[in-house]
Design a protein around this ligand. Sequence first.
Ligand SMILES: [Zn+2]
Length: 385
Amino acid sequence: MSTGIKNGKQHTFNICISLLLFLFVVISSVAASDNGPKTEGKWVIVIDPGHGGKDPGAVGSFSFEKNINLAIALRTGEYLQANLKNVKVIYTRDDDSTVDLRERPKIANKNNADLFISIHSNWAKSKSVTGAETYIMGLAKNEANLEVAMKENEVLLREDDHSTKYQGFDPKSPESYIIFSLTQNLYQKQSSELASKVQTEFSERVNRNDRGVQQAGFWVLFNTTMPAVLIETGFITNLGEEKYLNSTEGQDYLASAIYRACREYINDIESKSGIPAGASQDNGSKPNMGSVDADSSNELLFMVQVSASGTRTEIKPENFNGLKDISEIYTEPRYRYATGRFTDYSEAVKYRKQVESVYPGAFVIAVKGNKILPLHQALEQKRKK
Ligand SMILES: [Zn+2]
């Protein structure tokens, strides 16, 4: 696809080449994931017990995280399958086997899952820290959340040949996390709805200390193509909580809470859509794949054009190098595709730099009422305001 207009200057990037390569691999792997046949009318929930096999995860005073995660995950799956006829559960592991970090989201993507739930136990330097928190994909808003993501992502360093497989992504380097700002998460709202239901169940029904819904850059969440959460069920480093997490009763309570949160999430969506479970996605197309109208209001916006074509392109990440926030603008005789929307020109320029790594010819355009204005005219208008 040609962009029609060539952008003269190519900016040199601060991001090292390995990160760029890594990005291409991520995006192509997401794009390449074939959408497996969807089980008719069923919600497919992929449950991912963190760590396993040679990776114990966080280590407590008498237990390993991997075993706690597995027990809670299996129990959650049992609850779901026993009580919800319209749910099919798939595990990324159902025993103490080693599963590479990058394989976990792939399992969910291949099975065209509706939900991805990664189950973990937390670690802290201070032994007094307790509580449960649920993460969604996003840029960490504070140091503590970034540390949790770093610790969880670190497991990839144990894998053979990890620098090749993850294209130089260093889970210990804060700079590596810049890649997570490139794509906007299409499923953030749904993920956050599920996450808050999990937290509500934990605090109100299971009496856990509620650490809330958080966001950070987790490898497993970044690579999924459906609503996804990562649950930190409690701190293995606090003796009381470690005992609870290892007890049959504790595991059962936590699992039933996750199950109820899923049930409520499913019921919410079904009642909103008025269609049976999973049916909304049976035709293989996911909802909200992108808006077609760039902007129906008359506000002057800056966007980043990534491509243009005489024929229409279906708006889905696979067709746009993994970009999830694409709008279509029709200007005779072509369709233009653009991402982002900013009222501030300099913000759009910043965003273009990010987009450039997957669309080297991307450039900023000005849009008003679904029409494209010459950039200088748009800037003039802004200046006069
Ligand atoms: Zn973990």
